[in-house]
Design a protein around this ligand. Sequence first.
Ligand SMILES: [Fe+2]
Length: 205
Amino acid sequence: MAIRSLFPTRIYTAALPRARAGALNARLLRECLQLARDDRAGRIWSRRNYPGGFTSYASASRMHTLSPTFDALRRVLDGHVRRFAAELEFDLGEKPLTMTDCWVNVMPRGVSHGLHLHPLSAISGTYYVRVPRGAPGLKFEDPRLDRYMGAPPRRADAAERNKAWVVMPASPGTVLLFESWLRHEVAANPTRDTRVSISFNYGWG
Ligand SMILES: [Fe+2]
């Protein structure tokens, strides 16, 4: 017999070199926390849409154009996105994938981020600035879940490739990339410390 795996869902993970990540994250953390203090519009928006936490998604969503530190991160991420796009065998023609959005997420204890996707983008991802021990990773949902019809559930000990949900661990200095149609969520932060990440979108054309 033979079983072929078609239409795989690819998730890209990479860790920055430790020294590079340490220096970059110290600056990013300072700026993220500063933004959470200074961005009044973001705090007001977060009150309703990100209860207990702060996100600059609706207020300062192009941080790579505002801060040299975020632009340095953008340059690092460009290389990872290029590699991921090559692995996906995207036929990009003359048009490169470029960062369109880049925003800050600050999640104190108890804050979660519900299931969502990133419409109108090609590649999305997250870079982790501060992840307390025990803080949640990024949970992905099988994109075919709404077509499972009469399918039985998967065994609790099923292989990762057969699971309907997979949590990718988050750790400081790592980047996760995925295609923007893939739904994902972050469970509530059960730790006493604040989890800080930077999310971004890349568009084509
Ligand atoms: Fe997201």
